[in-house]
Write a protein that binds this ligand. Sequence first.
Ligand SMILES: [Zn+2]
Length: 147
Amino acid sequence: MTDQLHEEVRQMLSAYLDGELTQADSQKVRVHLSRCEECRRTHEELARLQEMTRSLEFAQPPEARMKELEKSLSVQAPRRLGWFFILAGIAAWLIYGAGTWVRHWRPPTVEELIASAVVIGFVMLFASVVIERLRQLPHDKYRRIEK
Ligand SMILES: [Zn+2]
């Protein structure tokens, strides 16, 4: 084995790992690797590095997988329950308020004014979410509308 071949192989190792060499060249590298321990070690290190880079890429799930995770029950269930309580609370408050005021009209108490502010806030939040969803709808056919 000559030093020239050794240098040549070292420069081809990266391309060899990527499978970018011609058949003749990769044969040349393979033969040299079996005979030269230094190149074999370099080759192993490069391969390990490439493996690490690849697993790092896999560690970051693509957008589609993130959406899939978001859809999973652990996220959806509490969110649905949250919406249920908000809507149930708003409905109960409206029925209570309407019933009280219809039966005996009086100025609202401080507590009722605070409750009104909370309810109005939630209604506006809810409306903004609905509007946002409706806007997204044409672009995202995979996303279902939550009820
Ligand atoms: Zn070598």
